[in-house]
Design a protein. Structure first.
Length: 138
């Protein structure tokens, strides 16, 4: 399964980045997250975070790529499925563009996509809209 959403944000890219990378605050911005706890200090390459989302098992996400002020990717692994979440902020006329991606691969990914695909897409959309609203109202 692969899902991607891109939203235009009427706010400077620096503000969008700051809000997006304050991952412990994301549950305040979106109903798609109940709790986020950084396990290894600030968000950076190899940092881990425990994420609880409604109607999903808690997951530990590990940052696999990190480019300051631009993008980060994190990954969570369970039996038979690797889920990768991409986060990208780019300058755009009038503000910034925010792109979030969710990719699931592995032998059980097709089954998981059938069972949870609609919820996963809704959660990614909620996250993008929550960050957009927070950045535009700051």
């Amino acid at each position: 399964m692969r899902f991607e959403i891109t939203v235009d944000v009427a706010a400077p890219p620096e503000r969008v980045w700051s809000i997006l990378t304050d991952v412990e605050r994301l549950p305040d911005l979106t109903p798609s997250m109940e709790h986020v706890e950084l396990l290894d200090g600030p968000l950076r390459r190899s940092a881990r975070a425990r994420v609880r989302q409604p109607r999903l098992a808690p997951a530990v996400w590990t940052v696999t790529e990190f480019t300051e002020h631009e993008s980060f990717t994190w990954e969570s692994r369970t039996a038979g499925v690797t889920t990768t979440g991409g986060h990208l902020v780019r300058p755009a006329p009038g503000g910034a563009t925010l792109r979030l991606t969710l990719v699931q691969v592995g032998p059980l990914a097709p089954l998981l996509g059938l069972l949870l695909g609609r919820r996963a897409r809704a959660y990614v959309t909620m996250e993008a809209n929550g960050v957009k609203k927070a950045a535009e109202s700051a």
